[in-house]
Design a binder for this molecule. Structure first.
Ligand code: BES
Ligand code: MN
Length: 440
């Protein structure tokens, strides 16, 4: 089977980790990954009750050589809304050199780059040029509890010189990038409770508190119209990027108007005045609302004051913001903003700190050289606004940096309908990783 046949097979497994109805599919994806790693001397599925399996493998046959910890995730985001897909999310199709499916880029295609590079080197040479430990998880998109407890508890076994992760994006087509900063996250729900039951809005409107209005009031009290988060103390730990980093961002090839039109697709960009798009998406924290549940959302009209409302929200964090402190600040701010007649509670779903990588690390220079060789262009150093929760823990528990070598493209549609992966990037990614491993 070619690597592309393998990718199609992998993408057909609907491993949606957040949905209990897909638990068996998630396990099937773990087993698929383990089978793919069977070329290594040791491979195993690591189980924990109520958790999706971790896949661990290793090849420690290069004494004196560095050890890399390869990380990826085999789980995917939910495919919804299904009606917006041009082809079913778990029936991959290829159009114009792109493969379309949920997880094509994030992160099955990119995880398979690592697995394929390792397999091809072993098949060619009988062994790897360096030592490799592989840890692939199935909960990255839904909180990562399993790996979060596993890594600190198995730090000596996971010892390595650096982690290698393909789960980020290039800056532009054909322009290779190393990601040296990711935002952290605090994800939670604001639960608002008002009247004991749903009420007729004509009979009680004017006296009964409305939890949906209260949720809106709370949300707008947390962030102002300029995108500034008004929670006391929230920015205390936030620091500006260094002048060198800001200068490097300013020299990236970037047309804000084109970005607005083609990537964002809205009539205007929003956010804090005085900060560039890069600063706003990479170096400043944010608050976003993902969904609001409550009241009547069916067709037509129904006059009701709902008894409850729930808003799903997340805060993206930047380096030095502590998720635990932020959660306390959020709770205090919500309490202060809660109007009379309702109660509001913040329920934390998951959190992870931001991560940054020292661009001067010698392995980063080797990674950049491998990328430059494969793509024929100088590698740029960027950050990303997304989060890969384990990166912070690799630093904290294992003391290692993560080399974030991404092959996604800005229009790959991660987490969106019609997610795709550009097949030339899949193949160049495999070549890059092989070059990198050989260069150690
Ligand atoms: N691969 C993404 C993160 C990413 C996307 C990094 C684009 C760089 C560029 C990752 O799988 C992801 O989406 N993570 C979630 C984590 C969250 C659910 C804890 C995210 O960022 O929303
Ligand atoms: Mn991912």
């Amino acid at each position: 089977m070619t690597p592309l046949d393998k990718l199609v097979q992998f993408l057909r497994i609907p491993s949606v980790s957040s949905d209990p109805a897909h638990a068996a599919d998630v396990r099937r994806a773990a087993e698929w990954v383990a089978a793919e790693l069977a070329v290594l001397p040791r491979v195993e599925l690591i189980e924990a009750p109520g958790r999706h399996p971790l896949v661990y493998a290793e090849s420690l046959t290069a004494p004196g050589q560095p050890t890399l910890l390869l990380y990826g995730h085999y789980d995917v985001q939910p495919p919804d809304p299904l009606e917006l897909w041009h082809s079913p999310p778990f029936e991959p199709v290829i159009r114009d050199n792109n493969i379309y499916a949920r997880g094509a880029c994030d992160d099955k295609g990119q995880t398979l780059i690592l697995l394929t590079a390792v397999r091809q080197l072993i098949e060619r040479d009988g062994h790897l040029p360096c030592n490799v430990k592989v840890l692939i998880e199935g909960e990255e998109e839904s909180g990562g509890e399993h790996i979060t407890s596993y890594v600190p508890a198995h730090a000596p076994e996971l010892a390595a010189d650096a982690a290698l992760i393909c789960d980020t994006e290039m800056f532009a087509p054909g322009l290779p990038a190393l990601c040296v900063g990711l935002r952290g996250i605090v994800y939670g729900e604001i639960h608002v409770q008002g009247p004991a039951q749903d009420l007729h809005s004509g009979v009680y409107g004017g006296v009964a508190p409305n939890p949906l209005m209260a949720a809106a009031e709370i949300l707008t009290a947390l962030k102002n119209r300029d995108g500034y988060i008004t929670i006391p103390g929230f920015y205390d730990a936030v620091r500006a990027p260094s002048p060198e980093e800001s200068r490097a961002w300013a020299s990236l090839p970037f047309d804000e108007e084109h970005y607005r039109r083609t990537e964002v697709g809205a009539s205007a960009l929003t956010g804090e005045p005085g900060y560039s798009v890069f600063a706003r998406t990479w170096a400043r924290p944010t608050l976003e609302v993902h969904g609001i549940r409550g009241g009547f959302t069916g067709e037509g009209a129904k006059t009701v004051i709902p008894s409850t409302a729930v808003a799903k929200v997340s805060f993206r964090l930047v380096p030095d913001q502590d998720p635990a402190i932020v959660v306390e600040q959020i709770r205090t701010a919500i309490a202060a903003a809660t109007p009379r007649g309702v109660t509001a509670e913040f329920r934390l779903l998951h959190g992870a700190p931001a991560a940054s990588v020292d661009p001067a690390h010698p392995l980063i220079a080797k990674a950049a050289a491998a990328l430059t060789q494969a793509f024929g262009r100088e590698t740029v150093y960027i950050r990303s606004g997304g989060s890969i929760p384990i990166v912070g823990l690799f630093r904290e528990a294992l003391g290692i940096p993560s080399i974030l070598m991404g092959f996604g493209l800005p229009d790959d549609g991660l987490h969106s309908p019609n997610e795709k992966f550009h097949l030339p990037n899949f193949h160049q990614g495999i070549e890059t990783v092989k070059t990198f491993l050989n260069s150690l």
